[in-house]
Unconditional design. Structure first.
Length: 372
């Protein structure tokens, strides 16, 4: 058995349940994982990228540029887009892929639908939104993760190619996110999908869009969404909330040799808010829950929620705050943290066992929610 398979099994069997920020968090690690260190899979991948000259580490924010200016922020956003994405591995078997286009008053956007070739009965539907800060990313990067979800349950998985800023500023992406839900419901028979078992999910900005779809679904009273799975989501675009909830870097307990690298990455992620507010949100209210889910006054509107974090991710503490407020509002919530991992780890599906285990955890939560 390969080390990958051994570690995947280990992740599935051995989990430490700990109390953090007033919530229960399941900490998952691979074998031979030492505290404060990068997970061996991540460390090896970073070394390989550096040796091959393909390292895509997050760069510094532009200096002496007025990022509250739409043109300057848009240029910065397009530069960020060029650094996004990663190759990964297709682990699936017998998955059928179909291309469709969703037409709306604001313009059309593509979706890819994954379904097991042997599926005969209607299956739960997972609507997935890729990450990329609302200004980048693409369906190709999350395709293998989506195929994995489809095969493991099995489920009908819909990979959404929503409109990106700065070319299409808000509310284009959030409207697309909700329109994808309506499209799945309206086309459930054609998709062989069970419209009573709909999940929205996404990573990073895609997690925000999933939460936005859930909020809009409840606000409009359609109540189609039965669960959301938010993978290291971006939960606020507000500077005041960032300052209030962000952890000091010491609280992440890095090894000394990682402090400079992590500090640069965290500063860059924290500083990206002004770019996203200007290039993406524009004249919309960034405090709206569809852009900053932490700002929702009534968290009980959200469906049962899986929150997944990476131990060494700037966004980790915000997930804890959101989970706590969801639990206090009576929402069924589960929080998972992958030890030694950084942001965007599902981009390495089939390379990092944590990415495949994350797909397994989404499926487990679905089975819990829909058997109730």
């Amino acid at each position: 058995m390969s080390d990958y398979r051994k570690d995947l099994q280990f992740l599935g069997k051995y989990t430490d349940l700990e109390k953090e920020d007033g919530i229960e968090v399941y900490f998952k690690k691979t074998r031979n994982q030492n505290p404060g260190e990068l997970n061996p899979y991540l460390a090896a991948d970073m070394r390989k990228a550096q040796e091959g000259g393909t390292n895509q580490a997050v760069g510094e924010m532009p200096q002496d540029v007025d990022l509250s200016n739409v043109e300057a922020a848009s240029m910065a956003a397009l530069a960020m887009r060029q650094m996004m994405g990663s190759a990964n591995v297709d682990l699936s078997n017998n998955i059928d892929v179909a291309e469709h286009t969703i037409k709306t008053a604001e313009g059309s956007f593509p979706v890819r639908v994954y379904r097991h070739m042997n599926q005969k009965d209607k299956a739960p539907a997972i609507i997935f939104y890729h990450g990329g800060g609302f200004i980048g990313g693409k369906m190709d990067v999350v395709e293998n993760f989506c195929k994995g979800l489809s095969e493991k349950l099995p489920a009908v998985v819909i990979n959404v190619g929503y409109h990106l800023a700065p070319e299409h500023p808000a509310p284009a992406a959030t409207n697309d996110a909700y329109q994808a839900v309506l499209w799945v419901v309206q086309n459930a028979d054609m998709l062989h999908a069970d419209a009573s078992k709909i999940v929205v999910s996404g990573d990073s900005a895609g997690g925000t869009l999933a939460a936005a779809a859930s909020f809009i679904d409840r606000e409009k009273g359609t109540n189609y969404i039965g669960m959301q799975a938010l993978l290291y989501p971006s939960l606020t675009l507000l500077d005041e909330e960032n300052q209030k909830y962000a952890w000091p870097i010491e609280r992440f307990h890095f090894e000394k040799n990682l402090e400079k690298q992590m500090g640069d990455a965290f500063n860059s992620m924290g500083g990206a808010n002004v770019i996203l507010r200007t290039a993406y949100v524009r004249d919309q209210d960034p405090a709206s829950p569809i852009y900053s889910p932490l700002s929702a006054k009534d968290k009980s509107v959200y469906p049962p929620t899986l929150l997944v974090s990476a131990e060494f991710d700037y966004l980790r503490p915000f997930a804890n705050v959101f989970a706590k407020e969801l639990e206090e509002a009576g929402v069924k919530t589960k929080s998972i943290c992958y030890v030694g991992m950084m942001h965007a780890f599902i981009d390495k599906y089939g390379i990092f066992p944590q990415a495949e285990d994350c797909a397994e955890e989404v499926i487990k939560m679905m089975q819990e929610v829909f058997q109730d």
